[in-house]
Design a protein around this ligand. Sequence first.
Ligand code: GSH
Length: 219
Amino acid sequence: MLTLYHAPVSPNSRRVWVTLLEKGREFELVEVKLSGEQFKPDFLAINPFHHIPALVDDGFNVVESLAILDYLEAKYPTPNLLPKDVKDLTIVRMVQMVSVNELLPALTPLVQRILDLPGEDPEKVEKAEQKIATVLTFFENLLDDRPYFGSDNLTLADVVAGTIIPILSLRGGISLDKYPKVSGWCSGLITRPAWQASEATEATFAEFRSNMLARMQQK
Ligand SMILES: N[C@@H](CCC(=O)N[C@@H](CS)C(=O)NCC(=O)O)C(=O)O
């Protein structure tokens, strides 16, 4: 039995959720409230670093979302989410890593805008927007005449980048107009059943917003 410990608004855990859905696996979804449940001993026994996502497969604990994706790909290779061609595979890995190491950190200064909270820092926002533009240009150049990164079929690159970029465009005020390939790719992804089923609801966003507000008021 597969169990995914997740939080609904987290792109880190949504990429695992989407992968499980795309692979058609049965799994149990357990929400970890990041207001403190991640520090409870039961969860720390699964992930001592107190982060979601964590996947438990018949007693085997897997942490770190990219490691979880590789585990799922190796264990359930159908449908295949990694291309075989060496250049295509490298494109997938680059998109995964740039998404996690460059794009995701650039979202932090935009969190006020995403959640409609006060206190945006214009200088940090400008730097973040520049970084996001660099990433989007890089992705635009990597997309060719195929619908997905390095493939005619969905890959783990699409899963990772595709659970971050919609937040930017739908909630972060970042227009994709200058990036027609990325824009078309993104519009196609969000209509897939796996994306629709894992999309955070307004209620979960509202809960996340009030937790953030409480944290900001404590500072
Ligand atoms: N590198 C980790 C990052 C996971 C991560 O940062 N998770 C955040 C939510 S997006 C979390 O659990 N935060 C709560 C905490 O660290 O206490 C991964 O990719 O799985």
